[in-house]
Design a protein around this ligand. Structure first.
Ligand SMILES: O=C(CO)COP(=O)(O)O
Length: 142
C-alpha cells in the first residue's frame, strides 16, 4: 500500500489525444500520484508513459466509470481529471453522469477539461487534492 494521493484519469475518445499529450507534458508532476484510469484511456497513457504508476480499470462503457465512482464513495479517490466529450452521444451516459454526481456529492476536485486540469495540477495542493472529509453530510428525508 502507498499513501500517495490517488488521481483518476478518464478521457472520451475525442479527447484521448489531448489527455495523452497532457500526461506527457506533466509526467513528472503526475508521478507523485497513484493513477487509475478507465481501460482504453489507461492503455493509451501507458503506451506513451510506461513509467507511470497507473492501474487500468474496465473500459468506461463496460463499468470503468462506475468503478471510479465506487472509489469515490469508499473514500479512495483524491481527484478526477475527466476530459469529457460534450458533442457525442454516449451509450453509457448514465454512468458518466453518475460518476460526476458522486464527485460533486463527495467534493472531489474534478477537472472536466484540459484547462481546468492544467490549473488543478499547478495548484499548491498537489499531495492532497481533497479538502473536505470523504463522508458528506446527507440529510435523509423521513
Ligand atoms: O468512456 C469513458 C468514460 O466515460 C472512457 O472509457 P475508456 O477509457 O475505456 O475509453
Amino acid at each position: 500500500m502507498t499513501d500517495r494521493p490517488v488521481l483518476a484519469l478518464v478521457a472520451h475518445d475525442a479527447k484521448k489525444d489531448a489527455m495523452v499529450a497532457f500526461v506527457r507534458r506533466n509526467a513528472e508532476k503526475l508521478s507523485v500520484f497513484r493513477l487509475v484510469a478507465t481501460g482504453t484511456t489507461g492503455g493509451r497513457i501507458l503506451d506513451a508513459c510506461p513509467e507511470l504508476n497507473l492501474m487500468q480499470l474496465k473500459s468506461g462503457p463496460l463499468g470503468g466509470d462506475q468503478q471510479i465512482g465506487a472509489m469515490i464513495a469508499e473514500g479512495r479517490l483524491d481527484g478526477l481529471f475527466f476530459f469529457a466529450d460534450p458533442l457525442s452521444p454516449m451509450p453509457h451516459d448514465v454512468d458518466v453522469k453518475a460518476l460526476m454526481r458522486l464527485a460533486l456529492v463527495y467534493d472531489i476536485p474534478m477537472a472536466l477539461n484540459l484547462s481546468t486540469a492544467e490549473i488543478l495540477l499547478r495548484s499548491a495542493r498537489l499531495t492532497g487534492l481533497r479538502t473536505t472529509s470523504a463522508t458528506p453530510e446527507i440529510s435523509v428525508p423521513r
